[in-house]
Design a protein around this ligand. Structure first.
Ligand code: ADP
Ligand code: MG
Length: 212
């Protein structure tokens, strides 16, 4: 086993994320109706449909793939999440310019993506945003790689950490985004963006586990 992640795997990840968001669209919208404006599921589903439409023929490199994904999300998703997810993918691309993608380079690219989201949205851990799922996922990824995991193993650890981070948003008071307007009333609900971000990492886990 080479441990390499192919461009086909990365394209399959994006398709799997689209499928997961379609499947959970109503749930994402319901969560956003509780602490936002009830558009997160439809925002993400519309954006990812536009993304998938641009992936045929499939891009030749990881850099091209993530540039297309990011630019399409920025231009087709309204609200906070479009520019934030768009930034995530736009920052991932340049971090994957090496010929071979493996657990270490993919982890570094995910980190570059999340740092882009933080630079743009200024959310910190505990602010009840997608960062609460993504940041622990990255740390779990790096710890797994340090323990000798390949990308599929790192993605399994990252997906578990993302889900725990998502669940931990429930009691929190939102300090960023639309939900922060509710103040204390935002507590007692899962964050929609942390929920979709967990779907993103779970889609990567499922894709890499199937490919292994
Ligand atoms: P909007 O809030 O503009 O309607 P969405 O409903 O599509 O956009 O997305 C809401 C999600 O975006 C939130 O649940 C949260 O996870 C995420 N979010 C909002 N603001 C920020 C921010 N500044 N940094 C990181 N994530 C954010
Ligand atoms: Mg919304």
């Amino acid at each position: 086993m080479s441990g390499a992640v192919s461009i086909d795997d990365l394209v399959a990840w994006i398709h799997a994320f689209r499928d997961a968001v379609q499947q959970h669209k109503d749930e994402l919208t319901r969560l956003d109706s509780e602490i936002g404006d009830a558009d997160h599921g439809s925002n993400m589903a519309r954006g990812l449909d536009a993304v998938v439409a641009k992936l045929d023929p499939a891009p030749a490199s990881a850099g091209d793939l993530f540039k297309t994904v990011g630019m399409t999300l920025v231009s087709s998703v309204g609200g906070a999440s479009g520019p934030l997810y768009g930034t995530f993918f736009l920052r991932m691309g340049p971090a994957l310019s090496a010929d071979e993608v493996d657990a270490t380079t993919l982890g570094a690219a995910l980190r570059a993506g999340v740092e882009g989201v933080v630079a743009r949205g200024k959310a910190e851990l505990g602010d009840k945003t997608m960062i609460d799922a993504l940041s622990p996922a990255l740390d779990a990824w790096d710890a797994a790689v340090a323990d000798g995991s390949d990308a599929a193993g790192a993605a399994r650890a990252a997906a578990d950490a993302a889900a725990r981070g998502r669940d931990a948003t429930e009691p929190l008071v939102a300090r960023k985004g639309r939900a922060s307007y509710l103040g204390e009333r935002s507590a007692g609900h899962l964050d929609p963006g942390a929920t979709s971000a967990t779907l993103l990492i779970e889609a990567l886990r499922d894709t890499l586990t199937d490919a292994a």
